[in-house]
Write a protein that binds this ligand. Structure first.
Ligand code: C2E
Ligand code: MG
Ligand code: MG
Length: 763
């Protein structure tokens, strides 16, 4: 996974988490708000309930007072009808006064329509009274009673009494007619009695009666609410709240307030009294008001807070996990799991960064020779440990600015700042030397061998320089693997050319076969005794575009690997038969043609049948075809090969063993395989040529053994007359080499060898 993808995943996850976070936040907020509203509503309900209780008590009190006053008025009315003297009326007032005191009346006033007005003052003295001397409020109450209504005034300050009072007035009806008014004053202290007697305020709270203009008419005071009711001075209320409070006192609506005072949260309810025109104000703390419902609401609120807290924790945990996951993701995106080294992706990124800084590197791939066997020989676990230990060695050899990665199983690629090949080789040798003995998991006597392929970033200027660099490095590595001689190979253009050529070969081989680009060249095989032509070897040439020749050593190894050699060799047998047929048709004496045969053919079921079919198709005697096999084949499976050779013999073909002496074949091989001819490898001649007498003797013995086994001998690589003479002296039968001719086209061969012996023939 590349960084961009990780970043985009990270962004997506972050967005998801933010959305989840906001969602949880909003839900929690909503829940919290709902529960808080519920809680406040419950508190307000509770406060209003208490205010209503007070209200009822006040209404009760007012009705009771008025009732008492009305009863007094009735009694006075009766006395007027019985024509009682003014002294009798006074006497009656004295009697009624006791009942009035029981009802909290502090003053009793009698206003007869016809007669002198009197009052019983708080001191119990009966004194004359003038209506004009009464306060405005009392006058208004009396006025109402004059009109036939029992009336209760709002609280007012009585200057004579020196405190706040309420005024009641009721008409005195005599014979259905108003004969006067009976009025009384009641101290607002009676409010206080009710406030404290109803007792529905908690210890921390207080209840009060406030006049419309904010005067405290009565209150139950606690130290917590001390000073609250004095709105003007109250510290608890800010200006805004004070205004709202003053406003609430003027209206008939019940209103609620919430404020902080003395470090506590208070709720207040302002309710207009039904009985009087004053207001009941209740103040209490939330705990004071709390009951089962508010307790439940409180719990719900706590659950909401817990939910939000847990959700928050969950989101944070998820974020943490996400963060860790991303670290792991990055780790796996950039690092090899087994060794923890960088992977190719990260290696490329670092190369890109260095390129931007114009830094050049030598990239060196290090591979373990035959790691597969190490894996099989020791356990995979021990092999893995070996890789980890190698990784540590590499780490310790990295200089500042250098880095490396594990590319595939046992391939590490290093980016070394050194560009000088000699210096790079020295460093790699030191690294490999240390890495050989670095792992205790592999026995110290087991030889771990490394090979390295190097390439410079300087040569990589294509659009994909990293890929180009890796392809150079891998080419050099495969070169180092193949050569066996040197363990360190550097990329050069020729390796690249070879690679390009191989690609060309594989991509074009089939078309080339169909287009006849493979051509048969012939090299003469001479009888060393007579010096005459005795045969020819068919050697393939690939003619590209009719001009450029590709030689077999470039493409035969490729075809051997990919199996295409089978098709080519059948084709060459066909070309040879075709040529012999042409010679015969032209009246020339044909010579046998030797055709090189890949070992792959010997594993083909119908090999012999197909060869026969080709020879028959051209009506060519199979004795004209010699099949050359390589000595290596004999070593692989002598039994099966011998059987195939016998089959070929049965059909009249002859078999030659090519390049004898170049590999590991020994004289015993000759006794195992029923071959007809032995071609002595060119290297034999070279050795005999240049070295000691002993080498000659070996050659003589080989020829001698072959003779005894009735196997004819061919010396390859005859280049000089001395070679001819030497081989004649050794009684070798035939010779082949540049001395006689290089491989030439069939046309040229016909002209130079066959026609020269028999004379030109017109076809
Ligand atoms: P080979 O069968 O041993 O062929 C002999 C090679 O030695 C030929 O190389 C030939 O050109 C070369 N040669 C001959 N005389 C001399 C000499 O005096 N001095 C030197 N230095 N070289 C000499 P060529 O044609 O390049 O073929 C190389 C190899 O390719 C052949 O070795 C053979 O193994 C293989 N080959 C060629 N044609 C075919 C084919 O059609 N099928 C298969 N399977 N292999 C083929
Ligand atoms: Mg050959
Ligand atoms: Mg040969």
């Amino acid at each position: 996974m590349d960084e961009q993808k990780i970043r985009s995943n990270l962004k997506k996850l972050a967005v998801v988490f933010i959305v989840v976070f906001l969602l949880i936040g909003s839900i929690s907020r909503y829940l919290f708000q709902s529960v808080t509203n519920l809680y406040e509503e419950s508190i307000q309900g509770r406060l209003a309930e208490r205010a209503v209780q007070y209200n009822k008590s006040f209404v009760f009190k007012m009705n009771a007072d008025l009732q008492t006053l009305r009863a007094m008025a009735c009694m006075l009315a009766d006395t007027t009808t019985q024509d009682i003297t003014p002294q009798g009326t006074e006497y009656l007032l004295w009697n009624l006064w006791d009942a009035g005191k029981a009802a909290d009346f502090v003053r009793l006033c009698y206003f007869p329509l016809n007669g002198e007005s009197v009052q019983l003052n708080p001191q119990g003295q009966l004194v004359p009274l003038q209506l004009e001397d009464e306060t405005e409020e009392m006058q208004y109450a009396i006025q109402q009673a004059m009109e036939g209504k029992s009336y209760c005034s709002q609280a007012f300050y009585d200057p004579v009494l020196g405190y706040n009072t309420l005024g009641y007035a009721t008409p005195i009806l005599t014979g259905g007619e108003i004969s006067g008014v009976l009025a009384c004053s009641v101290s607002t202290e009676s409010y206080a009695n009710i406030l404290s007697s109803v007792g529905s305020v908690s210890d921390g709270g207080a209840a009060a009666v406030l006049s419309e203009d904010g005067k405290v008419l009565a209150s139950t005071r606690t130290y917590q609410t001390e000073g609250f009711y004095e709105l003007e001075e109250s510290d608890a209320l800010n200006d805004d709240l004070r205004d709202q409070f003053a406003q609430a006192l003027l209206t008939d609506d019940t209103q609620f307030f919430k404020f902080e005072m003395n470090g506590l949260t208070f709720y207040a309810c302002v309710m207009a009294m039904d009985a009087y025109s004053d207001n009941i104000v209740i103040v209490d703390t939330d705990q004071g008001i709390s009951d089962a419902v508010s307790g439940m609401v409180y719990n719900a609120r706590m659950i909401g807070v817990l939910f939000a807290g847990t959700s928050l924790l969950f989101v944070m945990a998820a974020l943490l996990m996400n963060h860790r996951y991303n670290i792991r993701l990055r780790q796996s995106a950039y690092h090899d799991r087994l060794t923890g080294a960088y992977n190719r992706h990260k290696f490329f990124q670092l190369l890109d960064q260095s390129r931007k800084k114009n830094m050049e590197y030598t990239a060196a791939a290090i591979n373990i020779r035959k790691f597969k066997y190490i894996n099989e020989l020791f356990s995979p676990d021990r092999s893995n440990q070996l890789l980890k230990d190698i990784c540590n060695v590499l780490k310790s050899h990295m200089e500042a600015g250098e880095f490396f990665c594990r590319d595939t199983a046992d391939t590490f690629v290093l980016a070394l700042k050194t560009l000088d090949q000699e210096a790079v080789s020295q460093r790699l040798e030191r690294i490999c030397e240390e890495a050989c003995h670095c792992s205790p998991s592999i026995p110290s006597n087991y030889p771990i061998v490394f090979y390295c392929g190097c390439a410079s970033t300087v040569d990589c200027v294509s659009k994909s320089p990293n890929e180009e660099l890796m392809s150079h490095v891998m080419l050099a590595l495969s070169n180092a693997k193949q050569t066996q001689r040197a363990n360190i190979a550097f990329y050069d253009a020729s390796i690249h050319e070879k690679e390009k050529m191989q690609n060309y070969i594989e991509n074009h081989m089939e078309a080339a076969l169909q287009n006849g680009e493979f051509q048969m060249y012939l090299q003469p095989k001479m009888d060393l005794k007579s010096g005459k032509l005795s045969g020819a070897e068919a050697l393939v040439r690939w003619l590209v575009g009719g001009k450029q020749i590709i030689f077999p050593d470039q493409f035969i190894p490729v075809f051997e690997r990919n199996g295409f050699c089978i098709h080519l060799d059948y084709y060459m047998v066909e070309q040879a038969c075709n040529q012999i047929r042409s010679w015969m048709d032209a009246g020339l004496s044909p010579v046998p043609i030797s055709v090189n045969q890949t070992k792959l053919l010997f594993y083909e079921e119908d090999y012999v049948e197909r060869i026969c079919a080709i020879a028959q198709r051209y009506d060519v005697a199979s004795s004209f075809i010699v099949l050359e096999i390589l000595e290596g084949l004999a070593l692989e499976n002598p039994e099966q090969v011998s059987q195939k050779i016998r089959q070929l013999h049965d059909y009249g073909f002859r078999v030659s063993m090519d390049d004898f002496g170049s590999g590991y074949a020994s004289l015993t091989t000759l006794s195992q395989l029923p071959i007809d001819e032995l071609k002595l490898d060119r290297s034999f001649l070279l050795q005999a040529d240049h070295s000691t007498e002993n080498n000659r003797k070996i050659l003589e013995v080989v020829i001698e053994v072959a003779k005894r086994l009735k196997i004819s001998t061919v010396a390859e690589g005859i280049e000089t007359a001395d070679h001819v003479q030497m081989m004649q002296e050794m009684h070798c039968d035939y010779g082949q080499g540049y001395y006689y001719s290089k491989p030439i086209s069939a046309k040229e061969f016909t002209k130079s060898f066959l026609e020269a012996e028999t004379g030109p023939v017109s076809l």
